[in-house]
Design a binder for this molecule. Structure first.
Ligand code: PBG
Length: 328
């Protein structure tokens, strides 16, 4: 009867299980998304993302204060311009008094040690709802690069610590790195949304950011969820172009891709736990079908186990509070 392994020996007590735990998610690993809306007074809850709201410039500091008090050290900022300020060339994305630039200055002034990551995209700012400049019904890659680079520089000048380009154009890391260096912003890292799938899990975000494309879809610039090898090509290109971090997005259905990227590309890797993933967990928990806290624990731990060094998640604040309750 000795020809089998007793794995259970190492799981006998809670203390033994603590000793054996391979993966732990800490507050340092979490990045909290924050939505700032131009012209809004106070805040408006996002119906498909319970617990997440849009904030006006007048109330944004309260939200950031809560995040900082919870012990989270970085935020990623998304801007929502007024409808009347959207145009073909996404002026609101790169203008020095754009909503993200204003919010960044304000937040940096009050919280100089907080890391502010600027989501660098155009879909919230273009009248087409596309992530770049549309010419004859097609998002023009090289023309869009000029605008994404301009956006990055203006965000960094406003005080953003990290630029996170998400418009998925080829060559954006090269274009942004060149523009930042020219502007003497050599120490501003680029967190590239290198592996960004054309995913239905972004639904609640697009509703929240009012950024759904007005025609067509994003499938010519975001990736086919069926592809693994292509994800490696995307991440390797961004590494060669000078990215400082690579991101995989979404996360829950793409853990295999994360592991692959972590093994192939020696850069810090970021998982984006996106809006639809958040909404599903919240909805099931609200119905009493799952236990939210333990499901969130497994979800975030799974991403870290798959190789993520950092996780962008709408659960950041809640998770930091769970950690406090556990005294960790
Ligand atoms: C902008 C952008 C998107 C998300 C982050 N940046 C949406 C998209 O590509 O449509 C999605 C985030 C989420 O779903 O939480 N391009």
């Amino acid at each position: 009867m000795n020809n089998f392994d007793r794995h259970r020996r190492l799981r006998t007590t809670a203390t033994m299980r603590d000793l054996m735990r391979e993966t732990v998610v800490t507050k340092n690993d979490l990045i909290a998304p924050v939505f700032v809306e131009e012209g809004l007074n106070g805040s408006t809850p996002i119906s498909s993302m319970p617990g997440v709201s849009h904030f006006g410039l007048d109330s944004i500091l309260n939200e950031v204060q809560e995040i900082v008090d919870a012990g989270i050290k970085s935020i990623i900022l998304f801007g929502l311009p007024k409808d009347e300020n959207k145009d073909d060339i996404g002026t609101g994305a790169w203008s020095d008094d754009g909503i993200v630039q204003q919010a960044t200055r304000k937040i940096k002034n009050k919280f100089p040690n907080l890391i502010i990551i600027a989501d660098c995209c155009m879909c919230e700012y273009t009248s087409t709802g596309h992530c770049g400049i549309v010419k004859e019904g097609y998002v023009d890659n090289d023309e869009s690069l000029k605008y994404i680079a301009r956006t990055a520089v203006s965000q960094a000048k406003a005080g953003a610590d990290i630029i996170a380009p998400s418009n998925a154009m080829d060559g954006y890391v090269t274009a942004i790195r060149f523009a930042l260096d020219q502007a003497n912003l050599v120490n501003i890292p680029i967190m590239s949304y290198a592996v960004k799938y054309a995913s239905s899990f972004y639904g609640p975000f697009r509703e929240a950011a009012n950024s759904a494309p007005k025609f067509g879809d994003r499938k010519s610039y975001q990736m086919d969820p069926a592809n693994r090898l292509e994800s490696i090509r995307e991440a390797v290109s961004d590494q060669k172009e000078g990215a400082d971090f690579v991101m995989v997005k979404p996360s829950m259905a793409f853990l295999d891709v994360m592991r692959e990227i972590k093994d192939q590309v020696n850069l810090p890797m970021v998982a984006y736990n996106v809006s639809g993933e958040y909404a599903m967990i919240k909805a099931a928990a609200a119905n009493g079908w799952i236990d939210e806290q333990s499901v969130v624990y497994e979800t975030l731990t799974g991403m870290k186990r798959a190789g993520a060094d950092l996780i962008i998640t709408y659960f950041a604040k809640d998770y930091a509070k769970y950690l406090d309750q556990q005294g960790e």
